[in-house]
Design a protein around this ligand. Structure first.
Ligand SMILES: NC(=O)c1ccc[n+]([C@@H]2O[C@H](COP(=O)([O-])OP(=O)(O)OC[C@H]3O[C@@H](n4cnc5c(N)ncnc54)[C@H](OP(=O)(O)O)[C@@H]3O)[C@@H](O)[C@H]2O)c1
Length: 376
């Protein structure tokens, strides 16, 4: 057997039968989330075969600088050494080949923050290729595009899953979808939705300067690839848009009122922490003022029937939002039948390992869906 080929047949043999297989193509395999996904896939593949009865086989991966394709399966941890150069049109041909395969269904996994990859979703779904994504870009575009992808996935009966785009691995979008499907109306959602910002604000209240706290959040893998997207609340606005739409508030980005957290405009050349140092004094003063009134600062995302906003708020120290830990998310959901006592969802809202675990959950669910459909 080729050294690069996974032991898929022997794994299946342990179960006494050949398991149904789902082929995976990973986009962004060398990034933070993509690398963590490869690690967790390798670690859990056997457990998934045992508990879900499906064999997940990574057969292709690419980023902007290279690609690899091995029809029999790639050893997930060998990808960096296996990736060869990528030429124009190569990846389109891979998708055409995968869509034409009639022995197993196929899923594309997007672990990038790329608009270009989000552009491809329509074509992939149209080809019958399911999508699992950690990338918010597609669902945060205009409402017409969001609805188009939903309609396309439904019409082609292919999975389109993006649970980790809001709240990382916390089950949030799925339960909201379930509520809508049973006819329950979500009336309001509010909460701390950004793990990177909850980390940042905890550190500010620990007395750490703003610029240093941003550097720490980036080093821990909590921020977006471009941390300015966190500081300008662009990433949080995308999350609120996706969350609101999943809850049934069919809003556009232009409907959001957004407080930015950083006065610096344009792109930052050079060291980010150095560039942010001029903001340290303002943030130290804000934190001191809040503490002097017994309050804490949080960035709250809210949507209800009167609008949607991302706002810097001073909250009382007795509020549950004041007790959230670095990286934690806390979200309150009210519906037409669950309003007096809201539903509370909480957990780690950022981090590459939890995100990769959430992506893997979506992959298993999508693979099972694909296999059932594929068999009929
Ligand atoms: N970190 C978290 O806690 C968290 C939580 C939830 C969701 N997410 C989401 O996960 C995604 C990935 O985040 P990350 O931190 O892993 O980013 P990252 O480390 O920058 O990795 C992104 C990868 O995508 C590749 N890529 C970029 N543009 C591409 C393109 N056009 N075609 C193919 N590959 C491309 C990059 O490789 P090349 O530059 O070589 O192309 C890179 O390896 C983001 O959308 C983020 O919002 C992250």
């Amino acid at each position: 057997m080729d050294a690069n080929v996974c032991m898929t047949e022997s794994m299946s043999a342990e179960h006494g039968s050949v398991l149904p297989c789902c082929n995976l193509i990973l986009v962004g395999p060398r990034g933070q989330v993509g690398s963590a996904f490869r690690r967790v896939l390798r670690r859990q593949r056997q457990a998934i075969a045992t508990h879900a009865g499906v064999e997940l086989r990574l057969i292709a991966a690419f980023d902007r600088h290279g690609m690899v394709e091995v029809a029999a399966g790639i050893d997930t941890m060998d990808i960096a050494s296996l990736m060869g150069p990528r030429c124009r049109g190569d990846t389109d041909k891979v998708f055409e080949r995968l869509a034409a395969m009639d022995e197993a269904p196929c899923l594309a996994i997007d672990c990038t923050a790329s608009e270009e990859i989000a552009d491809a979703y329509e074509a992939w779904l149209s080809m019958g290729i399911g999508i699992v994504t950690a990338n918010k870009r597609a669902n945060a575009r205009d409402l017409a595009y969001y609805c188009k992808l939903q309609d396309l996935a439904r019409a082609r009966r292919v999975p389109y899953r993006y649970e980790t785009t809001v709240g990382a691995a916390i089950p949030l979008l799925g339960p909201l979808r379930d509520m809508r499907m049973r006819g329950e109306r979500v009336t309001a959602i509010r909460g701390v939705l950004s793990g990177s910002l909850s980390y940042l604000f905890n550190r500010l209240h620990d007395g750490v300067p703003f610029s240093k706290a941003v550097g720490e959040a980036r080093a821990l893998g909590y921020t977006e690839p471009d941390p300015m997207e966190d500081l300008r609340a662009i990433d949080l606005s995308r999350k609120l848009l996706v969350l609101a739409r999943e809850a049934g508030f069919m809003i556009e980005a232009s409907d959001l009122q957004v407080d930015t957290l950083c006065g610096i405009e344009g792109t930052i050349d050079g060291d980010l922490v150095d560039a942010l140092r001029p903001e340290d004094e303002l943030w130290a003063r804000r934190v001191t003022d809040a503490c002097s009134r017994g309050e804490r600062l949080v960035v709250m995302a809210e949507v209800n029937e009167s609008g949607a906003r991302v706002a810097l708020r001073n909250i009382e120290a007795s509020s549950p939002f004041a007790a959230i830990r670095p990286g934690q998310n806390l979200i309150l959901i009210e519906t037409d039948i669950q309003g007096v006592i809201p539903i509370v969802v909480s957990g780690p809202g950022a981090g590459v390992d939890v995100t990769a675990a959430g992506v893997l959950s979506d992959v298993v669910t999508a693979a099972l869906h694909r296999i059932v459909r594929f068999a009929h």
